[in-house]
Design a protein around this ligand. Structure first.
Ligand SMILES: Nc1ncnc2c1ncn2[C@@H]1O[C@H](COP(=O)(O)OP(=O)(O)OP(=O)(O)O)[C@@H](O)[C@H]1O
Length: 235
């Protein structure tokens, strides 16, 4: 069975349909970029996969022992989040919450995993600093470390490079690529960076409320959906 199987997902906000009848499978090790115009339902779909908003119809099934609480999620950053008054270490550690279950405190394993992920993200030396005093790129690394504390199986990233300068963007993309290739973590990423998506994504999922395309990037580049988004750039 696939790592995650989604069938006929439909999501409404009150009377407005944001995601309509979307079906696809995510295989272990996939690197999937979700593309589409503003308001096409990308973030809504991701929240639906995580169970953060209710489905009007359809079903999400996890396979291969994956549990929805063991998926690392990096949401779109808001201004409030950027000002969050906690230390780098505390924020990364909070990614272990889902695994903590009914235990009242974090365990030694949680703390070890947090420090490992801070090292992996190259921000170990910043662990005592306040999150709100960091640059945008450093903040995103903290949130990525947090997401990795929640999982070693699957990451859902919603526009992780928004607001970053080109160097910080490249560095974050490199980190995400390495997590996928070297640690075998499945990555599903909403991206407005079309160039990056087609160069690095193994598969493309193109949303326009409905699913316009899902499959290997090579096939996507020859598709009508790609031409529609790029005006022919993908050909
Ligand atoms: N909380 C909400 N309440 C009502 N409508 C919403 C809400 N969130 C999103 N929508 C609407 O649902 C549709 C899909 O929004 P969504 O944020 O999923 O799109 P998106 O493709 O991620 O957009 P963007 O690329 O701009 O981030 C849009 O029409 C949006 O206005």
């Amino acid at each position: 069975m696939a790592l995650m199987s989604c069938r006929n997902l439909t999501i409404f906000y009150e009377n407005t349909c944001a995601v309509k009848d979307v079906s696809f499978d995510i295989e272990a090790g996939d690197y999937i970029c979700i593309v589409g115009e503003n308001g096409s339902g990308k973030s809504t779909l991701v929240k639906g996969l995580l169970g953060l908003i209710p489905l009007r119809a359809g079903v999400v099934r996890c396979g291969e022992g994956l549990s929805p609480t063991a998926i690392g999620y990096l949401p779109q950053q808001t201004v409030v989040q950027k000002d969050f008054p906690a230390s780098v270490y505390e924020i990364a550690l909070s990614g272990c919450l889902g695994r903590r279950g009914l235990r009242p405190f974090y365990g030694a394993e949680d703390r070890k995993k947090t420090l490992e992920n801070l090292k992996r993200m190259g921000i170990y030396d910043l662990r005592g600093k306040s999150y709100r005093d960091l640059s945008g790129g450093q903040q995103q690394r903290v949130l990525l470390a947090r997401a990795l504390c929640a999982t070693d199986r699957m990451l859902l990233l919603d526009e992780p490079v928004t607001g970053l300068d080109p160097i910080a963007t490249t560095e974050l993309y490199d980190l995400i690529g390495r997590i996928n290739r070297e640690q075998g973590v499945t990555v599903v990423m909403v991206s407005h960076d079309f160039r990056y998506a087609i160069e690095h994504g193994g598969k493309i999922l193109h949303m326009d409320r409905e699913l316009l395309f899902y499959g290997p990037t090579k096939a996507y580049l020859k598709s009508d959906a790609c031409r529609r988004l790029t005006g022919g750039m993908g050909k």
